[in-house]
Design a protein. Structure first.
Length: 439
């Protein structure tokens, strides 16, 4: 074979290899990472670890013993010491690396250098988490995991704990009602609120939980899940009656807790510090999760009579948010906006909703309604969500932490099929029987 022919063959092979790499990177990023990205990033990390740490200001002066040994055994230059690193562990989306911090260092020092380390090692993002005092874990993400969402294969689930979306650090975003009893989901039209709600309902449908819905859009959002719902209200009149029944049901559960603990019946509900989880299994009532779709519909009024009904419903929702957790009643409120302009009691109710998820919004004020009082830094991140990425959202809580998440696609038919499959798990709650939707 002549030299020109050899050059053409080699060039063709390189072109095919480059084209294959570009195709897998665009269509199958996880395969591209495993075949090309991970080896390159691992070599970069191992080869430039000490220099990268020194450039980021994460090195410390060596100990006196180390200086003495270096001078005795060799004539090398005495350089600052980087944090001791553990083994490099590959994952399907990136790499993991544990660092033992030197005396005087803190995890915030490493987190502040995450962007520099990302560029130094050629990865999509670097996230820092604390493992234990003196040790942190670097989670290197090799590609944008939110572009094509694939949930982790193994996610811990239990009662009232449902994986809903994927975080930008490739871990699952889990909605845990035991830890965060009430939540608020905000977002403009076609932003992904309905998809988030489908995952919540289909996940809870597999558990022994009572699902209750208020959907004043004539039930178009929640009616497909009717086989699994214990109650459904489709207009403000039904919603007012259903909320009154839930308040009475909550009070009955408090009476059950009092009777079990021997507390006097005159003790105010607010002074009871225990909850249904302290009851024996055979006496514990099933948890109730109330979904309210388009909360603004409950606040809008046209007549004086509607205003009285609105005030009553808002008061009942606030009572459920304040007292419902101990009785095993949880709220999940959805809407496009949720501010003081809705009317009296709106901000008081919003303050009780600990978990916040903000999808794409139409203005900065809407993002501030969702995240401004708990994670101000997340407001601009919510405003930067593009319409081309439905389902992308910013999740925050009262700790001040926040992260970007995205729900995977779940068709309405699949979610409804799940509710039909687990319809036998609908608990027996006589108080809610008049509101049970017909299927």
């Amino acid at each position: 074979m002549t030299d020109p022919t050899m050059i053409l063959v080699v060039g063709g092979l390189l072109a095919v290899l480059a084209g294959g790499a570009a195709y897998t990177r665009a269509r199958h990023p996880s395969a591209h990472w495993a075949a090309f990205g991970m080896p390159v990033s691992a070599l970069r990390l191992l080869g430039s670890y000490a220099s990268a740490m020194e450039a980021c200001g994460l090195t410390v002066p060596p100990s006196r013993l180390r200086v003495l040994l270096t001078r005795v055994t060799s004539h090398r230059e005495i350089r600052p010491v980087p944090p001791r690193r553990g083994l490099l562990r590959p994952t399907s989306t990136g790499l993991r690396l544990r660092l033992r911090l030197a005396p005087g260092q803190e995890p915030a020092d490493v987190a502040a250098s995450a962007e520099r380390l990302r560029h130094a090692w050629g990865v999509h993002a670097v996230y820092v988490s604390t493992v234990k005092p003196g040790m942190v874990e670097l989670r290197l993400v090799g590609f944008d995991v939110l572009r094509r969402v694939r949930m982790p294969r193994k996610v811990e689930t239990r009662l009232l704990k449902v994986p809903v979306a994927l975080r930008e650090d490739a871990t699952a975003y889990v909605r845990d009602y035991r830890a965060v009893p009430h939540g608020l989901i905000l977002g403009a039209t076609l932003s992904g609120k309905s998809m988030f709600l489908r995952h919540l309902i289909s996940g809870l449908a597999r558990q022994p939980v009572a699902l209750v819905g208020i959907d004043c859009k004539r039930g178009v959002e929640l009616a497909p899940f009717a086989p699994r719902l214990s109650a459904l209200a489709t207009d403000p009149e039904q919603a007012a009656a259903l909320l009154a029944v839930l308040i009475k049901h909550m009070e009955d559960r408090y009476d059950l807790i009092k009777a079990r603990q021997g507390i006097s019946s005159s003790t105010p509900d607010e002074e009871i510090t225990s909850d249904i989880w302290g009851l024996p299994d055979h006496e514990r009532p099933v948890p109730v999760v109330l979904f309210v779709d388009e909360i603004a519909e409950l606040f809008l009024v046209a007549t004086k009579k509607d205003e009285e009904r609105r005030d009553e419903m808002v008061t009942q929702l606030i009572r459920l948010a304040q007292l419902g957790r101990a009785a095993g009643i949880h709220l999940e409120v959805c809407g496009q906006r949720f501010g003081a302009e809705l009317g009296k009691g709106a901000t008081m109710l919003r303050a009780q909703l600990t978990g916040r998820v903000c999808h794409r919004v139409n203005d900065e004020a809407s993002a501030k309604m969702a995240l401004g009082d708990i994670a101000p830094d997340a407001v601009m991140a919510a405003c930067a969500i593009a319409p081309e990425r439905p389902g992308l959202a910013v999740a925050g809580d009262t700790s001040g932490g926040w992260s970007r998440i995205r729900t995977p696609y779940l068709s309405l038919a699949d979610a409804a099929r799940t509710c039909q499959e687990y319809a036998h798990l609908v608990p027996d709650l006589p108080a809610l029987e008049p509101f049970r939707p017909t299927t």
